[in-house]
Design a protein around this ligand. Sequence first.
Ligand code: FCB
Length: 456
Amino acid sequence: MSTITFPQGFLWGAATAAYQVEGAVAEDGRTASIWDTFSHTPGRVLDGDTGDVACDHYHRYADDVALMARLGLGAYRFSVSWPRVQPGGRGRANQRGLDFYRRLTDELLERGIEPWVTLYHWDLPQELEDAGGWPARDTAARFAEYAALVHEALGDRVRHWITLNEPWCAAFLGYAHGRHAPGGSDAAAALAACHHMLLGHGLATRAIRSADSAAVIGTTLNVQSLIAHSDSPADREALRRVDGIGNRIFLDPLLRAEYPADVATDIAHLTDLSFIHPGDLATIAAPIDFLGLNYYNPLVVAASVDGQPSAGPAWPGCADVSFIRRGFPVTHMGWEIDPAGLTALLRRVTEDYGPIPLYITENGAAYADTVDADGGVHDQDRIDYFARHLHACLEAIRAGVPLQGYFAWSLMDNFEWGWGYSRRFGLLHVDYATQRRTIKDSGHWYAEVIRRSSLQ
Ligand code: FCB
């Protein structure tokens, strides 16, 4: 086998998320999510940007699917907006909201593109937040009910389900750091949120599985690829802590039906863990068919170092930990570019948790793209990023990792959370004034990679 060719059947996709692309926030019965509230709160999002219009994907989905077909995508990973299909997060489904996703999936299937549905990409209905949000146990039950309702409407045309996107971000950036919605700053609440998201995942997985034995169900984590700054005991201890609260607190319950004991000790001053009820771990560990991993950059971890960013409030139990900047080239996010971290991540998950099928459900880079006078977007830096990370995937596959597909983040430029529209990740450039899409050079390049399933 040539070393630059991907295995037969390797899935090629691109990803988006509802709040980042759809717009139409008050249409057809949709109610507010925590991201609507958060983005409309002055000072929360750069330049006061909101997802009110975003890429207007809600109205332009058919043209967008036509562009996906031009790229040759095998799959489109998108998320369902909970308050669009179940306004307020309780009770009956909103048929008009569900119809949007039925139209979108029909369009995809007609073009031979597999729909991959993420059920929760961070847009909790505001009413559920008002009732306690993810720190409240009932939200897990509400999530399972919502998942069943979406499955009932789309299960005839969707086989692939991702319950959660990056629960670490939703729990710790949302409820402890405050950089994401709902903007909380309470570590204990974040830890409860984390458990209830996992519980919601387990309950949703069970609900879908019991209705549909053909469903292919997984979840997506931003497992961090970690590098100890040195071999010193202090740096290795810092790495253990970050790995615990960033990675093992998700991987162990999902794949081993247990929480890591060392993490429980690290956070014992914050919580008595009484939110974990008998039977929860068995629910959380409901068998899954694949694990999705999102990767952008590794983290280099050390015991506190002056002048280097400290782990801060998103990392409960990690006081006195620093993240070290190595001076590598960075993307427009300021994230260091290091494809070796992706190979290491894939190998680590496989070595420590066994050969569960893996998908890269997000990987990509932000650059300050412009449309040039010739009408093109010449983003060679993004092509280089993708090429190097796809080589990193091949290296992991060669080492025996069961990596079965790759989704570029993102299909198109979109609302990048706290950064608003200032950070562009797309294969398609979006002119937000006109909503005109332009296939970037990276999009043309990716289309060619997909066509050959090879990096040649
Ligand atoms: C991930 C999110 C995704 C996007 C990328 C850049 O954390 O899942 O929505 O914002 O980062």
